[in-house]
Design a protein around this ligand. Structure first.
Ligand SMILES: Nc1ncnc2c1ncn2[C@@H]1O[C@H](COP(=O)(O)OP(=O)(O)OP(=O)(O)O)[C@@H](O)[C@H]1O
Length: 295
């Protein structure tokens, strides 16, 4: 993969998506993938129903190792639903039924032989609202290693490494025994990231991780994501297109189309490099969305 500034290309070189990308690239050089994603996780014909309602259907995606992939689209198009399929979190929602195939390193993750606890250890999740446990900062981070049966030589080292990895260590190293509820919202979200990485996952799913945070805390998480992507594969749902353009190498755009019974069914419209999605999208619906004409 090469890390280069985005080039002035595309049939829509002066479009708003292009301008957004250029504005952002003055601050940071987005990484443009030079090959197809290797498919650490792949979906084929993925769909999810809640009871009789098909919320999203026919999603084919390939996620690349150590890349950041953004899932964007208007409200209700199924982004969070798709994200939750990627570590079987929809198993916990009564009435949710997953169709199609989701593979992790080529293995069907919905196969009955799959150990779901181990799957979620490898594919962690960070939610929209910081949700630390009502425990000490230390115990929040140590929780995952303990419940998944990790037997590290030193739990202190595991906790320190995770907190350093989440860029929180310097702020909390003198108060590890204090309750996590005393941290600011941004610190709590970084604690949740530390909690996710403490179990040494390969993939981190993030569902609008900054939507409850102020701009400074958001900037810290975005910087952190860039660092985390050196080690982890990240898949992020975001409503914020600037954020998608700032942090991700690839973007999947979803929308919801109304069927003949009046149901809004989510669908994947386009999946490509973020540079391409914002500068020269294939589908007019993508362009309409990124230029703010709908959604
Ligand atoms: N637990 C649930 N039970 C029933 N329907 C659900 C459930 N969760 C989501 N849905 C429906 O599935 C569809 C997709 O919802 P989802 O939350 O995945 O969309 P989204 O694109 O993430 O939306 P948003 O951007 O507003 O968070 C919507 O019609 C929603 O009402």
């Amino acid at each position: 993969m090469t890390r280069t500034r985005v080039e002035q290309t595309g049939v829509n070189p002066d479009g708003q998506g292009r301008r957004l990308l250029d504005e952002i690239s003055q601050h940071k050089a987005p990484e443009i993938p030079d090959s197809e994603p290797d498919g650490v996780i792949t979906t084929r014909g993925l769909g999810v129903s809640y009871g009789d309602f098909l919320a999203v259907g026919e999603v084919d995606l390939d996620f690349g190792s150590k890349e950041i992939t953004a899932l964007i689209g208007p409200s209700g198009c199924g982004k969070s639903t798709v994200l939750r399929c990627l570590n079987r979190m929809n198993d916990l929602i009564p009435g949710a039924k997953v169709h199609g195939r989701v593979s992790y390193h080529g293995v069907d993750m919905y196969d009955s032989a799959v150990d779901v606890i181990e799957l979620r250890r490898r594919i962690g999740m960070v939610f929209q609202k910081p949700n630390p446990f009502p425990k000490s900062i230390y115990d929040n981070v140590a929780y995952g290693p303990r419940v998944t049966g990790m037997k590290p030589a030193s739990m202190d080292e595991v906790v320190e490494r995770a907190l350093r990895g989440a860029a929180l260590w310097d702020e909390v190293k003198d108060k590890l025994k204090q309750n996590a509820a005393g941290l600011s919202g941004g610190q709590q979200q970084r604690l949740c990231i530390a909690r996710a990485i403490a179990t040494q996952p390969e993939v981190i799913l993030m569902d609008e991780p900054c939507s409850a945070l102020d701009p400074i805390a958001t900037a810290k998480i975005e910087d952190l994501m860039d660092e985390l992507a050196q080690t982890y594969t990240i898949i992020i749902v975001t409503h914020n297109m600037q954020q998608a353009a700032r942090v991700s190498q690839r973007t999947a755009f979803f929308t919801a189309e109304v069927d003949d019974r009046g149901n809004r069914i989510g669908q994947l419209v386009e999946f490509n490099t973020t540079e391409r999605i914002f500068s020269n999208p294939d589908d007019p619906r993508t362009e309409a969305y990124i230029t703010g004409r709908f959604g």
